[in-house]
Structures are given as C-alpha cells and as structure tokens.
Design a protein around this ligand. Structure first.
Ligand SMILES: Cc1cc2nc3c(=O)[nH]c(=O)nc-3n(C[C@H](O)[C@H](O)[C@H](O)COP(=O)(O)OP(=O)(O)OC[C@H]3O[C@@H](n4cnc5c(N)ncnc54)[C@H](O)[C@@H]3O)c2cc1C
Length: 400
C-alpha cells in the first residue's frame, strides 16, 4: 500500500442530512420490511464503503475485500432475491451514493451478468456460475464495446465467432470492459460468421488467447479497472454459447434494464452531492457566518435537492412501469439521458460550492464531479439515448 498519501482517517464525516437527500420520501412507498432492509443496507454502505472509497479512487486501486463484503451483505444477488423494483432501485441509488465505481461493478454484475445468465443462459450455465456470482466468489465482465465501435456497436460489431466442429472460435478486440482484469469470465458478444447475427458467449479468462490490459490514466471511476481485451483464436465449447442470446435483440433487453439502473445510479450520485454540500455549507464559515446562511449558497443547494428529487420521482415511476411489464427502451433511454444530465449539473454546482476543496477526491466532491462524467457516457451516451427517445416520439429515426 502507498502510505505516502495523507488521507483523513475518516475522510467522509457522516452528513447530518443523510435522510433528507430523499426529500419527498420516495422510500416511504416501500412496505415496512423493505424500508428496514434498505435502511440496513444504507447503514452498511455508509459505515463500510463510503469512508474508504476516496482512498482507493486516488490510488487507482480495486479493493477486492470490499467487493467480498458487498457480497456478504446481499449486493451480489439483488436481481436473484425477491423484492419490488422500487426497493432494488433504491438499493442501486444507495450504492452510487456511497461510491460510483463500486456501484458500476455491482450494477453491471446484477443487471448484465446475473441478468444475462438468468435471461439467456442455459440451465447448466446458470448452475455453474450463479451460486458463485451471488456472493461475488466469481465475477463476470460484460464485453460488448470495441475499439472502433461504441455508439454504433449494434451494426458495427466486428468480433467474430466461427463454429468449428464442437467448438466456437472467437477472434476480436473489446474496449472499456469493466472489471475484466480480474474477472473469471467474459460475456462476449461476437458476430457469427455463418449467419452474421450477434450472439452471446461465455469466455473464461484463463483460456488460451484471452488477454486483458488495464486502461491507464482514467480521470473517472478510478476504483474499477476497465480493460482492453484481445481474443485471439479463443476456443470455447459449444455449450458456452448463450441459447437465449442468438441475436442482438436479446442484448437490447439487457441494455434497457441496465439503462434504468444507470438512472438510479445518477439519482444516488445526486443524493451524495446533496450530502456533501449540505455538510460543507453548514460547517464551513466565511465572513463570520456558516456558508449556509448566504443566499447565493442556499440557491444551488435548493437546485441540487430539486435535481435529486426530480430524478428520484422519475425513477420511482419507472420502477412502477417495470413492475407492470410496460418498460420500453425509450423509457429507459429518457431516464438515463435526463438523470445523468441532472447529476452532471449538480456535481458542477457542488464542486463550486466547496471552493478549493471541491476539486479534492478525499472531500468526496472532486470524486463525484469526475465520476458523473463516466455515467453520462456509458450505457449509451447522452446523444444516443436522446436519439432513441426522439425516434420513439417522432417516428423518425435519426440513426444513419
Ligand atoms: C468508464 C466506462 C466504462 C465502460 N464499461 C463498459 C463495459 O463494462 N462493457 C462494455 O461493453 N462497454 C463499456 N463502456 C463503453 C461505453 O458503453 C461506450 O463508451 C459508449 O457506448 C460510447 O462509445 P464510445 O466511447 O466509443 O464513443 P463514440 O461512439 O465514439 O461517440 C463519441 C461521441 O459522438 C457522439 N455520437 C456518436 N454517434 C452519434 C450520432 N449518431 N449522433 C450524435 N452524436 C453521436 C457520442 O454521443 C459521443 O459524444 C464503458 C465506457 C466507459 C467510459
């Protein structure tokens, strides 16, 4: 460990207003047992994850023991356990409130890896991986994006899968793949050279021909490593193909759900922003008064709280659509684009409100400010999600 860095023993003092970041008390819609469970999970995150995140973020280091601890507290099995969509969404928001990097890993894990296996995996694939995944004794990475294809991945995807006897041979490159430097397997999307459909395959990372290199010098989400992947003549058994992912529409279902999850993440990032600015404005004095007494300080605090409240309200209604089986891609795209934009605005205001301390990761605000840039881009950029909404409401596709 690098002991040269001089962190506060407990860099994030608990803000006095943790409860009020959910200003309209969206959590009150939960039944009592879910409210209690959410409170327990929040307490675990506040005490065990949030105070340590800035240190690992600054070191650009992944804390494996914290992932194990998250697994021991049920965060690896959010999509496997019973519970309302609102409860699960608020758990995702609390995770993001504690730290956006770990929230990214946990969200991808639940929505895209566990979700992908449950949605499209064979009974054998589920039996092999799900018991390990639910406690984070195994980790999978979602490998869709490529160096030359991000927003246009559906049409542009170049990685190939060729059937040879009783094996598939996978060739290609993937980029930005979260957690892939330590994952046990990759969920790789590759184009079948026979029928040109994009299909899903489980590729164990210890197979010959698989290599992962950490992308260096990231200025956001520094706790979770993202990797460039090379797949060079990688041979997997036929049984590693996901039977339910034989074309891109299977991926679309997963992407719809994961965009909804990012909406919750953005809401959580705004709750964290509120926690930090509220604490700072009520404890920091200038001109002989707490900052909170100045009108020009109260206005951005109200704006940040308004943005968080609007995001939570939007997400609560999205959860209801999801419960009723009415969630469409354009709903998920709208919340993803809107809530991440609000998170970005709030983080900018919060950064300013903390003055010089606003650019420090160990005062939390600098970390949130940097991290919201990444959630604004992944799971479909702001522009791409806007185009999905635009296509749905105008009937005209602006995609070329
Ligand atoms: C931190 C991080 C983690 C990620 N994790 C994963 C992961 O685990 N697995 C995975 O598969 N991928 C992952 N990604 C990839 C992510 O999904 C892509 O970055 C995203 O889809 C955008 O692709 P791109 O970066 O190639 O940008 P590009 O597609 O090159 O876009 C560049 C810019 O052009 C704009 N643009 C593109 N097309 C249009 C258009 N038609 N009209 C208007 N504007 C347009 C975009 O909005 C953007 O502003 C991650 C990315 C990041 C940054």
């Amino acid at each position: 460990m690098n002991t040269a860095l001089n962190f506060h023993a407990n860099p994030v003092e608990p803000a006095p207003a943790l409860a009020t970041a959910d200003f309209f008390d969206v959590a009150s819609q939960l039944p009592e047992h879910e409210r209690q469970k959410l409170a327990d999970m929040r307490a675990f995150l506040t005490q065990n994850i949030r105070p340590h995140a800035a240190e690992y973020w600054t070191r650009d280091e992944f804390p494996h023991h914290l992932l194990r601890a998250l697994g021991d507290h049920g965060f690896g099995e959010i999509e496997l356990e019973p519970g309302s969509r609102l409860f699960k969404g608020l758990v995702y928001a609390e995770l993001a409130r504690a730290d956006l990097s770990l929230s990214t890993l946990v969200g991808i894990h639940n929505e895209l890896i566990v979700g992908g296996l449950m949605e499209a995996g064979s009974p054998e694939q589920q039996a092999r991986w799900i018991p390990l995944l639910r406690t984070f004794r195994a980790v999978g990475s979602f490998a869709l994006t490529e160096p030359e294809h991000g927003s246009d991945i559906a049409k542009g995807l170049c990685t190939t899968a060729t059937r040879e006897g009783d094996e598939w041979v996978i060739n290609g490159f993937k980029r930005w793949i979260g957690g892939a430097t330590f994952a046990d397997f990759l969920l790789v999307f590759a184009r079948d050279t026979a029928d040109h459909e994009v299909k899903g395959f489980l590729v164990e990372t210890n197979r010959p021909g698989v290599s992962a290199h950490k992308i260096q010098h990231k200025t956001a989400l520094r706790i979770i490593p993202n990797a460039d992947i090379t797949l060079d003549q990688v041979r997997i058994p036929l049984a590693n193909a996901l039977p339910g992912a034989a074309n891109f529409s299977a991926t679309n279902v997963l992407l719809r759900n994961s965009r909804a999850w990012v909406g919750w993440e953005a809401a959580g990032a705004q709750m964290a922003t509120f926690d930090v600015v509220h604490h700072y404005a009520t404890t920091r004095e200038q001109f002989g008064h707490p900052l909170a007494e100045f009108q020009l300080v109260q206005q951005p605090i109200a704006k940040i709280l308004g943005n968080a409240t609007a995001s939570l309200a939007m997400m609560a209604q999205l959860a209801r659509l999801q419960e009723e089986g009415r969630l469409q891609m354009e709903h998920a795209a709208l919340v993803k684009a809107s809530t991440t934009t609000l998170a970005r605005e709030s983080a900018q205001l919060g950064r300013g409100l903390l003055g010089g301390n606003g650019i420090l990761a160990d005062r939390e605000m600098g970390k949130i400010f940097a991290d919201v840039e990444a959630i604004y881009t992944y799971e479909g950029t702001y522009e791409v999600n806007s185009l999905i909404v635009g296509r749905a409401v105008t009937g005209a596709s602006a995609f070329v």
